[in-house]
Design a protein around this ligand. Structure first.
Ligand SMILES: Nc1ncnc2c1ncn2[C@@H]1O[C@H](COP(=O)(O)OP(=O)(O)O)[C@@H](O)[C@H]1O
Ligand SMILES: [Mg+2]
Length: 232
């Protein structure tokens, strides 16, 4: 694997990305519920922890104990890393002022303070939901993402899809702000008897990447992207 890339930690996906994510870039993982957004972001965090990096996991959905339990199910004991190199923050997605303050003001200083090289926000769409209108959301998200770019850490944000368009994030915003966009979705066979998971890298700024749609599987202990196989 390329040394100049930040590995995702998922077999097959790093190959599709040309070795992994570009250090300091922002990656969006977009998919409907159950497609694996949380699983992918935990794989990314664990890859960093194994390499001795400091990571921040901001959860707007799952509680801290659920996240640790989920990692344990995967055979990873995160407890020794907790509060020394793994920082898990649960945000209340119903309290706009608190969530906004913690994400916009506290996160940038926390990244510097703990020397984090990877940050996950899962899912950013619950935070985006809190803005009163599109104009506010667009302006504030743009500022927030630009502020994070100065931090030189690699950032992953997950988003639910738009209920009417599985190719778009909930607010059709994060895909423009992110450098890399990975789209996760269900693919049904034509007779509707089979459902598979498939992903594609729809965007990667300043890099060559695979544009093919590849099947993937989530198993208890690992995620595998079959980069040699075809969905269609
Ligand atoms: N321990 C496990 N073993 C096998 N499959 C699992 C396990 N944990 C989760 N999955 C599968 O992964 C799917 C995606 O979970 P998750 O990452 O929480 O999705 P999302 O965050 O996109 O809603 C689950 O619906 C389930 O099918
Ligand atoms: Mg999730």
């Amino acid at each position: 694997m390329s040394k100049e890339r930040v590995n995702f930690g998922i077999i097959g996906l790093d190959d599709m990305l040309g070795g992994g994510l570009i250090p300091g870039s922002i990656c969006a993982i977009i998919g409907t519920y159950g497609t694996g957004k949380t699983t992918f972001s935990l794989e990314f965090i664990w890859d960093g922890l194994k390499k001795g990096e400091h990571v921040i996991y901001i959860s707007l959905e799952e509680r801290e104990d659920r996240i640790l339990w989920y990692m344990k199910q995967k055979g990873w004991d995160a407890a020794p890393y907790l509060d020394t190199s793994l920082f898990v923050i649960k945000l209340d997605p119903t309290d706009f002022n608190l969530a906004n303050n913690r994400i916009k003001n506290e996160l940038p200083s926390l990244i510097s303070e703990v020397k984090a090289s990877r940050v996950v926000i899962d899912p950013i769409s619950l935070f985006e939901d809190l803005f009163e209108n599109d104009a506010d959301r667009r302006r504030e998200m743009f500022r927030f993402v630009e502020g994070l770019r100065d931090k030189k850490c690699t950032i992953m944000m997950t988003s639910e899809t738009d209920p009417d368009n599985v190719f778009s994030s909930r607010h059709s915003l994060i895909e423009y702000l992110a450098d890399t966009v990975v789209l996760l979705r269900y693919v049904r066979s034509s007779d509707l008897t089979d459902v598979h998971l498939a992903l594609e890298v729809v965007k990667m700024r300043m890099s060559a990447h695979s544009r093919e749609i590849k099947p993937y599987e989530i198993e208890q202990t690992q995620v595998t992207v079959y980069s040699e196989a075809n969905v269609f």
